[in-house]
Structure formats: C-alpha cells, structure tokens
Design a protein around this ligand. Structure first.
Ligand SMILES: [Zn+2]
Length: 270
C-alpha cells in the first residue's frame, strides 16, 4: 500500500517534455477514454457489442461524425443536441468525458509521471465506470474488471504493490468475497454477492495488494452501510439490495490513492 521508492518507475517517454504539454496530452487522452467509457456505460449492461455499430443518435439513428465526437467540445458546439434531429444528448456524455480527463490527470498528479501514475489514472476511470453501471443496473461487467486485472498486473513490475503482492492481492480479494458469498448463501439460502463483486475485489487486490484488501472491504462495507442507514436500500424481490460495487469503487480509489495516509491517520487515533 505504501509505495516503496525502488518500485516506482518513471515513464520513459516523458523525460524532457514540457509540463504543460504532458498535462494537455494526458487530459486529452483521458477525455477520449471517457468518451469510450460512455459507450461502455451504455452498451456493457445491455450486452451490445462495444465496437459495432458505430456511435449513432438513439433518436434518429444518424451516425456521429468524428468532429461531433470530439470529447466535451463536440457536445458544447452542438449545444447538447443531435446535428440531424435536434434530439437532446444527455449532459452525462460530456461530464463523463471531462471526468475521464480528470481521472488520468489525478493519477499523474498523485504519483508523478510514472507507471503508477498511469495505472492509478486508468484504475480511477475503470472504477468510475463500474460505479455508474452498478448504480444504475446492479451489474459489474467482467469486461471492466478483467481490463483492470490486466492493467494492475501489467503495471506491477514497475509500480506498487509489486508483482508478487499483486498476484496475492487478486487471490485474497476474490477469495475473501467468494468465501463470504458462499457462507452467506449457506446461512440465508440466497446469494449475497455475485460474480461481479468477486471479480471486482480481485481487480482491486491487484492494485492494493493482499494487505489493502481488508481495508477496501471494510471501507466499502462502511460506506454502503452508512448509505443504507441514511437513505435506505432498494427492495428487490423482498431482499434489500445495494449497489455494492459503487461503494467498493469509492473505497478502492481511496485506499489506492491515500491508503498510507488513511492508515497512519487511523493508527494515530489510538
Ligand atoms: Zn438524431
């Protein structure tokens, strides 16, 4: 959780580049990823292919031209309406694009121009997409969690927690949720958590390592419980349901970005 300096590796491509150029490039890339994220948020829970058909207006079917698809700017220039039929384009599209830019920038801001900065930014964006999808559909798509596992494992030789801890983290994260869900089913006769939760904790384990897993689970459960107490949980077939993935997303981001700080603050309480 606490980065060991020897494991933090700078991105080779950025040395000598002016800072402003790097921030603009990272933000633009993040906005483009956010734009693709909009496609994922709409299509993954509906089981529509994410590559075909090309983006089109849901009202009139007109394909979106590349110049109208430029992140944030396209929506602003169209003033939020389809070029052909003038149907409203939800403000969520530019918001998620801007959030994509913010996610990537946040990774580099927190961890520098390093492999960890890139991995952290991508993790943040994946968590944002999972949070939205789980909130709206109670689904955590395997496509997103698998992408996260690949990024976490891929970055681990050059970023905390390191390759060994990343592997152990995946096993710990998925294993604990699997065990809890199995135990819950034995006691209550119905599944408490699904395969999506198992995969998501496995993914987070790749980033926070085995020792970060209990922290994420604790913080996620705490956030979910607080939400249920304050605003109540949704009823579905008589059973209370919470989009646990949304709370795990917030907890995972907090632990990956500020785990060390949170831990020392917590220990200082005693
Ligand atoms: Zn249209």
């Amino acid at each position: 959780m606490i980065p060991a300096v020897s494991q933090v590796q700078a991105l080779p491509a950025v040395s000598g580049m002016p800072g402003a150029f790097l921030w603009v490039t990272a933000s633009f890339l993040g906005a483009c990823l956010g734009s693709f994220g909009n496609v994922l948020v709409y299509r993954l829970p509906r089981n529509i292919s994410v590559v075909r058909p090309r983006s089109h207006c849901p009202a009139c079917g007109a394909p979106v031209a590349w110049y109208d698809n430029v992140p944030v700017l396209g929506w602003l220039l169209l003033r939020g309406r389809c070029r052909r039929c003038r149907a409203a384009i939800p403000a969520r599209y530019p918001v998620v694009e801007a959030a994509g830019a913010a996610c990537l920038a946040a990774g580099f801001l927190r961890f520098g121009w390093s492999v960890q900065g890139l991995a952290g930014g991508l993790l943040l964006l994946i968590l944002l997409l999972i949070a939205i999808i789980d909130w709206e559909h109670m689904i955590i798509p395997h496509t997103l969690t698998l992408a996260g596992v690949v990024i976490g494992l891929g970055a681990s030789p050059a970023a905390p927690p390191g390759p060994r801890a990343a592997l152990l983290g995946i096993l710990a994260g998925a294993g604990i949720v699997l065990a809890v869900s199995y135990g819950y089913k034995l006691v209550r006769g119905r599944p408490g958590m699904g395969g999506g939760d198992v995969m998501m904790m496995g993914m987070l384990g790749a980033f926070v390592g085995p020792w970060g897993v209990p922290a994420v689970l604790f913080a996620g459960s705490l956030a979910g419980t607080l939400y249920a107490v304050l605003w109540g949980s949704r009823k579905d077939d008589g059973a209370a349901k919470l989009p646990f993935g949304t709370f795990l997303a917030v907890a995972g981001a907090a632990v990956y970005f500020y785990g060390g700080e949170i831990l020392s603050w917590y220990l200082n309480l005693f």
